[in-house]
Design a protein around this ligand. Structure first.
Ligand code: GLU
Length: 299
């Protein structure tokens, strides 16, 4: 960043070189892909040079990012154009711009995002992925760029309005999500169910039956369908994810619980993790991330 600033100042001072400087600014901001990959300036990160993992992305010319496709404000794919939009899309695009490469999005779910990261199909995940201590053992996470909370969506006809109404009910959750654990913890904390045997670190929604039970699904549309069909009594996940499934006939319960901090996930020990964290911190401090949030009306 410092080098870029110095370059900018040098350009401003050298009046005769203004035209050339303008061009370089343009290509920096406009993802000049292959030109940028060979551009020495772009191969230098905040600490002087990129590490091998980051350099491999630059050499490839494409940053592959796992994103959601049905979370308004975060990762939403237009079914007609195939275009993605949302703050996670904007952060990923800015990351690619920084590296001087193109960006390629792959739709992931809570159940597939880690497999795709492990297999190397994607370089990072920006997909409402909550940072947890347990997950940090397997993947690196950047500083959080957004904090959401978990809540529950029900059919109005069910008469359920609060956590209390969920006692002895069956709740639909996504496999690979934090949702069931968060809801069980909230029910235990509210004194609504017996917490004996509740171990957050090893919690398994498939076998929990004390005061509430869970049905796991591969994706959110399947849970929404199950809710309409009465297969489950409620649908639990982060509020941002629930937004698209909220209809006039459905309501959120009163409570929101379990803050969900979203971070960029990368391969454990990768030098790209360090860069992602540095950039998220820079963009939190310089207002970039809050302007992305503003664009989508996120608070
Ligand atoms: N954010 C939660 C998690 O990471 C909910 C699941 C999801 O992101 O789809 O587990």
């Amino acid at each position: 960043m410092k080098k870029k600033l110095a370059l900018l100042l040098a350009c401003l001072m050298a009046v005769t070189m203004l035209a050339g400087c303008g061009k370089e600014q343009e290509s920096t901001a406009g993802m000049g892909t292959s030109e940028k990959s060979n551009n020495v300036e772009s191969a230098e990160g905040p600490t002087g040079s990129f590490g091998v993992d980051t350099q491999a992305i630059i050499d490839r010319g494409v940053l592959r990012v796992g994103v959601k496709n049905a979370v308004p404000g975060f990762g939403l794919q237009d079914t007609l154009t195939g275009e993605y939009s949302g703050m996670e899309i904007d952060i990923a695009t800015k990351l690619a711009e920084y590296l001087g490469v193109e960006v390629e999005f792959t739709t992931v779910t809570a159940a597939t995002r880690t497999e795709l990261l492990d297999s190397g199909d994607i370089d990072c995940v920006l997909a409402t992925f909550t940072i947890t201590d347990e997950r940090k053992e397997s993947w690196d996470f950047s500083t959080p760029y957004y904090t959401d909370a978990v809540t529950v969506l029900v059919e109005n006809a069910s008469g359920i309005t609060s956590l209390e109404g969920l006692v002895d009910k069956k709740v639909g959750v996504s496999s690979g999500s934090t949702s069931a654990r968060a809801l069980t913890a909230a029910m235990v904390e509210a004194g609504l169910i017996d917490g004996t045997g509740f171990e957050p670190d090893t919690f398994d929604p498939a076998i929990w039956t004390t005061g509430i039970s869970y049905q796991q699904y591969e994706d959110y549309p399947a849970i929404s369908t199950a809710l309409s069909a009465g297969e489950v009594d409620a649908f639990c996940v982060d509020k941002s994810i629930l937004a698209i499934y909220k209809t006039e006939d459905r309501s959120y319960i009163e409570e929101k619980f379990s803050p969900q901090e979203y971070g960029i996930a990368t391969k454990k020990g990768s030098d790209f993790s360090v860069l992602c964290d540095e950039l998220v911190n820079t963009w939190l401090n310089d207002g970039t991330i809050s302007s992305f949030m503003d664009n989508y009306g996120l608070e």
